[in-house]
Design a protein around this ligand. Structure first.
Ligand code: CP
Ligand code: NVA
Length: 301
């Protein structure tokens, strides 16, 4: 594994290796056992979109590993004034040991990896959010003990979260059901991948059908970063795609709820369901730290 660009690139074994290391690093942190695997290394973090969790967890994680993180807002970089990503990649490769990038186009992340000579980590694009999904899988295993035999459902927009969750959950052996309205389906590349899993995967327009008998329920905002102008139109399109008591009643009684955050209460999830499952949701947020530290150690260690 040279980069973390998208879940589609990872083998099941690579995913499980990252999760095992993440569990170990979490244990070590909780028990004050130092783990300076990246002593003397630097990570550049390029942000073309806002972030709370990704920025703070990467920055803190790099510090805990003995390395040094550089926060690079694209507003202040020449990339924000049009310097090509190919040139940025070749320059930054000469200073840094790794780059995390959050941007719009997946092609930009792939170009960084192609032209640079250091590991590239995708911190979210319009296409996918692999760091988040690794933390999600870590959380599911923590609460449920295993992946085999579990069913997850995703309700809402077929966005970057849906794209990555479908791939990640199928790869570790979970059943996946996705409920999206017409016109907001996951990416074709992801649906083609999922088609190879036969009846382990289901795409429907019925949230209740997707939630039936499931162990883990995921949702995400109806309008992602960059889609703010479509927010009103999307509120209409996604009416009925809310994780609420009715959805919870269709799921297994001990079903857990996951949300990558930030959450919009009373839109994609009710306040009641959110607060009833806050324990799992904030553990998921914490696990960003541990999962990403594992990714950095694997790629840069
Ligand atoms: N879930 C997530 O990526 O959060 P941020 O946008 O705050 O980084
Ligand atoms: N789908 C959301 C995820 C935020 C972490 C977005 O892209 O804005």
């Amino acid at each position: 594994m040279k980069h973390l660009l998208k879940m589609l690139d990872l083998s099941t074994e690579e995913i499980l290796d990252i999760l095992n290391l993440a569990d170990q690093l979490k244990y070590e942190l909780k028990h004050n056992i130092p783990h300076p695997h990246l002593k003397g290394k630097t990570l550049g973090m390029i942000f073309q979109k806002s972030s709370t969790r990704t920025r703070v967890s990467f920055e803190t994680g790099m510090y805990q590993l003995g390395g040094y993180p550089l926060f690079l807002s694209s507003n202040d970089l020449q990339i924000g004034r049009g310097e090509p990503v190919q040139d940025t990649a070749r320059v930054l490769s000469r200073y840094l040991d790794g780059i995390m990038i959050r941007t719009f186009e997946q092609a930009e992340v792939e170009a960084l990896a192609e032209y640079g000579s250091i590991p590239i980590i995708n911190g979210l694009t319009d296409f996918c959010h692999p760091c988040q999904i690794l933390a999600d899988l870590m959380t599911i295993r923590e609460f449920k003990g295993q992946f085999e035999g579990l069913k997850m459902c995703f309700i809402g927009d077929g966005n970057n979260m849906a794209n990555s969750l479908i791939v990640g959950c199928l790869k570790v052996g979970m059943k996946v059901a996705v409920a999206c309205p017409e016109g907001y389906h996951p990416d074709k590349q992801v649906l083609d991948f999922a088609a190879g899993y036969g009846d382990m995967f289901e795409l429907t327009d019925s949230p209740l059908k997707a939630a039936e008998n499931c162990d883990v329920i995921f949702t995400d905002v109806w309008a992602s970063m960059g889609q703010e102008g479509e927010a009103e139109k999307r509120k209409i399109a996604f009416k009925g795609y809310q994780v609420n008591d009715e959805i919870m009643a269709a799921a297994k009684p001990d079903a857990m709820v996951q949300h990558c955050l930030p959450a919009h209460r009373e839109e994609e999830i009710t306040e009641k369901v959110f607060e009833a499952h806050a324990k799992e949701i904030f553990e998921e947020a914490e696990n960003r730290l541990h999962a990403q530290k594992a990714v950095m150690v694997k790629l840069m260690g």
